[in-house]
Design a protein around this ligand. Structure first.
Ligand code: SF4
Ligand code: SF4
Length: 327
């Protein structure tokens, strides 16, 4: 194995779908494992933390890190891999922007603990015990990683060299990313390894989009029978395509589901939600303020729609709380 570039793949706060996506590159995975020396991949191989810790700093050519950072264990792993790696790739939407678990930033840690360990109808916890970071029991000490007050995207914890969004990233972009590293054909550091255009620019339905859209109503996908060959926005159905980076292969659009924005903002845009609000403002055909409110109220869950994947990396970041509310 000497001489092959060392690669680490690690899962922090995510669902496992991103690890699954790597397996989903099918037979290409055989070429990949031929070309690299995998030194860590907890979901697939039995390497231990110490194995990585003992390596020289910078010994790993590439660490592919998926998931966000929500606890002390994940932070420690992210920092260890950063120290040991020449390049870090934030892989998947959770690592890039916080992902859907980042919606938890709309709640406090106390809200979450109260629900999960006390109030949820399936919980049986008569002693009302909550997880502690340190517990002495039977002469020994048990420890748990600290659960943080909020979810962080990877770049709020360590420096990230490259980004590949997607929930999860699609096989062609995963293969391209690995090939770019192996062939030394990487774009400038900080780049996203996906096209720079918006989804609308590559969407088949774009040709059905009228030059001027004017919507009097916002419809949610489950409330209507969407036409399968017409732009969702032209049908008054929320679609995040104008504010979202393309590269996903329009997998949702092709099965008649509007874009939810998992690829994150288009190049140069910091906040996809704000960008979408501005796009929406230009197409809402309202009489007056009351009418605007009537139309926007149909969205029902504004943050869930506009920031489903990106609360921790958006300008919102997290819900503000009084100190008294914190655990
Ligand atoms: S980006 Fe999507 S697939 Fe990947 S870990 Fe997060 S939720 Fe799962
Ligand atoms: S708004 Fe949605 S359906 Fe319409 S062109 Fe853009 S991505 Fe396609």
């Amino acid at each position: 194995m000497a001489g092959k570039p060392k690669v680490a793949i690690c899962w922090l706060g995510g669902c496992g779908g991103c690890d699954e996506a790597i397996v989903d590159i099918n037979e290409e995975i055989l070429h990949l494992v031929e070309a690299v020396d995998v030194v860590l991949w907890p979901v697939a191989l039995d390497f231990k933390y110490d194995h990585v810790d003992r390596m020289e700093d910078g010994a790993i050519a590439l660490s592919v890190i998926n998931g966000n950072v929500r606890n002390a264990d994940q932070e420690e792993m992210a920092k260890l891999l950063r120290r040991k790696s020449q390049l870090v790739l934030a892989f998947g939407t959770c690592a890039c922007f916080g992902g859907t678990p980042g919606l938890a930033n709309l709640r406090t840690k106390k809200d979450i603990f109260d629900w999960v360990y006390r109030d949820a109808p399936t919980v049986v916890n008569p002693e009302k015990s909550f997880p502690q970071t340190k517990v002495s029991r039977d002469g020994g000490v048990l420890t748990l990683p600290e659960f943080y007050e909020q979810v962080y995207p990877l770049n709020q914890i360590v420096d990230v060299d490259y980004y590949l969004a997607g929930c999860p990233p699609p096989p062609d972009l995963i293969i391209n990313a690995f090939m770019a590293v192996l062939e030394g054909k990487l774009p400038p550091r900080g780049s996203t390894l996906a096209p720079h255009k918006a989804l609308c620019d590559t969407c088949e339905r774009n040709k059905t989009k009228p030059s001027r859209i004017a919507i009097r109503d916002i419809k949610r996908i489950h409330e209507v029978e969407a036409q399968s060959n017409t732009c969702f926005l032209a049908q008054g159905i929320m679609c995040m395509g104008p504010a979202t980076r393309t590269g996903c292969g329009e997998t949702c659009i092709k099965i008649n589901i509007p874009c939810r924005g998992c690829f994150g903002p288009v190049e140069g845009v910091k906040d996809a939600g704000a960008k979408y609000i501005s796009a929406l403002a230009s197409i809402i055909d309202a009489e007056d303020e009351k009418d605007i409110k009537r139309i926007l109220d149909k969205m029902n869950d504004e943050v869930g729609y506009l920031y489903r994947f990106s609360v921790p990396s958006s300008i919102l970041r997290k819900r503000r709380t009084n100190e008294a509310e914190e655990l």
